[in-house]
Design a protein around this ligand. Sequence first.
Ligand code: NAP
Length: 294
Amino acid sequence: MILVTGATGSIGRYLVRRLQQEQAPFKALVRDETKGRTLGCDFVVGDLDDADSIAAALKGVDRLFLNAAGAQPVSGEQPMIRQQKTAIDAARAAGVSEIVKISVWHAHEGGRLAEGAHWQIEQHLKASTPNWSLLQPSGFMQNFITGAGAFTDDGKLVGAYGDSAVSYIDCHDIAACAAVLLTGSPGTGESYVLTGPEALTQAQIAEKLSAATGRTVDYVNLSPDQLAAALKAQGLPPQFADDVAVLSEEVATGSLATTTSAVLDLTGRAPRTFDEFLADNREALRSGPVSSDG
Ligand SMILES: NC(=O)c1ccc[n+]([C@@H]2O[C@H](COP(=O)([O-])OP(=O)(O)OC[C@H]3O[C@@H](n4cnc5c(N)ncnc54)[C@H](OP(=O)(O)O)[C@@H]3O)[C@@H](O)[C@H]2O)c1
């Protein structure tokens, strides 16, 4: 039996569908019972901030898909670190034999935000069980629907990546990789950097968004300092804004510009292009942040 955390999220929704299609035995962990009912699968209600609820959810489970919210700090700390360590400890106590975890590309010691937080969780995972798999994705194409891809109120795409490209990946493909790992032979400690099939600049993304939505989406490039100032002006914590700016500087040097063959190697299928992603998500795009009247 597989337990899917983050089942209502960008990756989890695809994973639930994929496991249903494969008739794999699984249940979803949800915080909100109403959301659980909309998934159309078995679910348990629990919260990664409540260790007892996770221990209860793990009864009868032998494989865990570990994913939850991102790296936004609360009162100066990243809850993700505590929450995922809690889940890993509960899984060990429950005798779970394998954990497949969503991490991030370039997770490393001392890294800012998600890069440092995931590195800490990765170390905890590796010390807890030999049967782990780490999926380390590039930026999600879904960011351009959820708004994590940074749009202004009037629908302009903003960023500080300059002319550097990013090999964005469709969460559909991340879920497909997770499904393979969760239903195949138990992993024995492998990390997979997952990317889409091509790297695109923000200007190219804006052009594609324009074509897909039928309205002009301009790209506004900011310096890292301007980006940090804009985030602070929106009320985000200063340290968080500064960390985002530093991460943007890394991306501007091309840190996410290459592609890997991991999706093809794991699933036997090439990852989806940005055009395929746009075609599949036309309706969501029309009601998302990019839809605002410019
Ligand atoms: N976005 C990117 O470009 C990117 C790139 C690489 C890696 N990542 C990593 O991908 C992961 C997912 O990020 P995301 O922002 O895309 O996630 P997301 O789609 O917003 O999904 C988050 C999921 O976690 C659940 N969740 C949140 N807090 C929880 C808690 N306390 N207990 C149980 N479940 C909880 C949410 O449930 P509810 O429905 O109840 O809210 C939701 O199902 C993060 O670790 C991030 O660092 C992101």
